[in-house]
Design a protein around this ligand. Structure first.
Ligand SMILES: *Cc1c(COP(=O)(O)O)cnc(C)c1O
Length: 403
C-alpha cells in the first residue's frame, strides 16, 4: 500500500522530525494521468482546490486538469499565484462583494453563482470595473428522484440546502443575465450542480444525466443558446475502509462519453477534489506509548487529529500501516518496550480530548513504542481541515517527494 519512496523517508526521519506529511507526487501524477485518460477528451476536468491546495499538489495536477474550482477569495489568490494562467471557476456560498471585485480584477474565468443577491452583487461589481462580459454558471439544486442519490454520504441537492438556487429561484435570475433578458455584463454560460459526495460511478452517472437533462430543458424553455456548459460537480467516492477499491473512472468515463453524445454542443465538466488527491498523502508518526485501560489497548501517537482531522470528522478509522522500527537505536531505554501483540488497539493522538482518535480497535500483529505508523489516504481534507493550534503542539513537517 505505502509507496517505497514514502516508506524510505518515513523510516529515515528522526522521531523529532515527526509527525510528517509525506506526499508522493509521482504517484499523484500517475493517478491524475490515469483519471484524465479514462475520461472522454471533450470532458473538462477541474480540480476542487479545497481538497488540498498545497502548491506542489496544484502544480503536479496542472498538466492533467483543465482548471481549478476555488471556493473563496483566499483560494482565488492562492491558486492564481500557484498555477498562473490556469482557468479558475469561483464557487462557494457567501461570496463577499470584496471577493467578487478581486476575482474580477484577477480575471477569474467562471463564476458559479449561488443566489440572486450574489448575481446582483457580481453585476454591480462588473459594471463598476467596466468589465462587459462575465461568464456565469448558476449553481442549481437540481431536483433528483428520491432513489437517485442512493448511498450519498453528504446529499446536497433536491432537498433544503444553503447551497445554490432552487429551480424557482433560477427563473428569477434569468432577467439579470444577458442572452436571457438583460443587456448587462453577466452572460449565462451554463448550469453548475454539486449534489452529493461519496457516490460511486453508477450513481455519479445518474446524477450527471439528471443535471444535463435539467440544463437542456431550461435552455430549450427559455431559448438560452449560450447555455453550453454543464458542470456536474465533484464528490466521486473514495473508500477509506478499502483504500485499493478506487472510484471506477473507466466506467464513469464511458458513461460520460455516452452522456456527451446525448448532449451535442454542450461541454460537460466535473470538479472532483478528494478522489484526485486523497491517495497521494501519508501522515507519518511514531508510537510514543502503549497502555491498557479497562481491558483495552491504546497506542498514544505523536501528533493527532489537530493535524489530521479526517477520522474525527468522518467518524472512520483512518487506514494505516505499521512500520516496525527494529534498529537498536530505536529503543535505548532501560525498561521494557511497551507493546501490544495480536490484539485490537485504539490509536490516539496527544490531545486532551476523547475525540482525538485516529483508528479504533484495529487488530495489529504487533505495535511497540518507537514503531512508526503511516496513515494512508491523507492527501485530501486532512491537514487543511484540521485545528492546528489546539494545544500548541508543533506542526508536522511537510515533504513533497518528486524523484
Ligand atoms: C467540495 C466541492 C467539490 C469537491 O468535492 P469532492 O468530494 O472533494 O470531490 C466540488 N464542487 C463543489 C462545489 C464543492 O463544494
Amino acid at each position: 500500500m505505502i509507496t517505497s519512496a514514502v516508506h524510505t523517508l518515513a523510516t529515515e526521519l528522526t522521531g523529532d522530525d515527526l509527525p510528517a506529511y509525506v506526499y508522493d507526487l509521482p504517484a499523484l501524477r500517475a493517478h491524475a494521468r490515469a483519471v484524465r485518460d479514462a475520461l472522454p477528451p471533450g470532458l473538462e476536468l477541474y480540480y476542487a482546490a479545497k481538497a488540498n491546495p498545497a502548491p506542489p499538489v496544484l502544480r503536479t495536477l496542472a498538466p492533467h486538469v483543465t482548471g481549478y474550482e476555488v471556493a473563496s477569495g483566499g483560494e482565488v489568490e492562492h491558486v492564481r499565484a500557484a498555477v498562473p494562467g490556469a482557468p479558475l471557476a469561483f464557487g462557494g456560498p457567501g461570496k463577499t462583494e470584496g471577493e467578487l471585485r478581486r476575482a474580477l480584477t484577477l480575471g477569474v474565468e467562471r463564476f458559479h453563482v449561488e443566489s440572486e443577491q450574489e448575481l446582483r452583487l457580481l453585476a454591480g461589481a462588473a459594471e463598476d470595473a467596466r468589465i462587459d462580459a462575465v461568464d456565469v454558471l448558476l449553481r442549481v439544486n437540481v431536483p433528483l428522484a428520491s432513489d437517485e442519490l442512493g448511498g450519498a454520504a453528504l446529499a446536497m441537492g433536491g432537498r433544503p440546502s444553503p447551497f445554490g438556487l432552487d429551480p424557482e429561484a433560477v427563473q428569477r435570475c434569468l432577467p439579470l443575465l444577458s442572452g436571457a433578458g438583460s443587456h448587462g455584463p453577466l452572460r449565462l454560460r451554463g448550469i453548475h450542480a454539486h449534489l452529493a459526495s461519496g457516490l460511486d460511478a453508477a450513481a455519479q452517472l445518474t446524477v450527471a444525466a439528471a443535471i444535463a437533462d435539467w440544463a437542456r430543458k431550461l435552455s430549450e424553455r427559455h431559448g438560452l443558446d449560450d447555455l453550453t456548459e454543464v458542470n456536474v460537480g465533484g464528490g466521486m467516492g473514495v473508500d477509506y475502509a478499502h483504500p485499493d477499491r478506487r472510484f471506477d473512472w473507466a466506467a464513469y468515463g464511458k458513461g460520460m462519453a455516452d452522456l456527451a453524445l446525448r448532449h451535442p454542443g454542450r461541454t460537460l465538466r466535473i470538479e472532483p477534489g478528494r478522489a484526485l488527491t486523497v491517495y497521494c498523502g501519508w501522515y507519518v508518526t511514531e508510537v510514543l506509548d502503549i497502555k491498557h485501560s479497562g481491558g483495552e489497548a491504546f497506542a498514544v501517537l505523536r501528533g493527532g487529529t489537530h493535524h489530521i482531522r479526517t477520522p474525527a470528522t468522518k467518524q472512520h478509522d483512518q487506514p494505516f500501516q505499521v512500520l516496525p522500527m527494529d534498529t537498536t537505536a530505536t529503543w535505548t531505554r532501560p525498561w521494557a518496550r511497551p507493546a501490544v501483540r495480536e490484539e485490537p488497539v485504539t490509536l490516539v493522538g496527544q490531545l486532551c480530548t476523547p475525540k482525538d482518535v485516529l483508528a479504533r480497535r484495529v487488530q495489529v500483529p504487533e505495535l511497540r513504542a518507537g514503531d512508526r505508523v503511516a496513515f494512508a489516504m491523507a492527501g485530501a481534507y486532512a491537514w487543511n481541515i484540521s485545528h492546528h493550534d489546539f494545544l500548541m503542539h508543533p506542526r508536522p513537517g511537510f515533504h513533497y517527494l518528486d524523484t
